[in-house]
Design a protein around this ligand. Structure first.
Ligand SMILES: [Zn+2]
Length: 81
């Protein structure tokens, strides 16, 4: 697993920090809001990076939310194996 802490932001040269973000996916029928997504966030420009593992879990969560066919689905991030 990659560790980003301490890296410089490629966009602005600011320092990257581990934190949490809210991830929003807007699809045709459903708006999915995922809270508390672990991310690496630049302290200067606010750019965010997700690990592959997190991105995969988001994909699954979005897929599940889509199947519920709600207009808006707000959920907490969780790891989906
Ligand atoms: Zn930056």
């Amino acid at each position: 697993m990659k560790k980003f802490t301490g890296d410089k932001c490629p966009l602005c040269g600011g320092s990257k920090e581990q934190g949490f973000t809210t991830f929003t996916v807007d699809m045709q029928d459903t708006l999915v809001v995922i809270r508390n997504v672990p991310a690496t966030i630049c302290s200067l420009c606010g750019n965010e990076w997700l690990s592959d593992e997190v991105a995969m879990s988001i994909e699954r969560i979005v897929e599940e939310a889509k199947n519920k066919q709600h207009d808006v689905e707000v959920t907490q991030f969780r790891k989906v194996a």
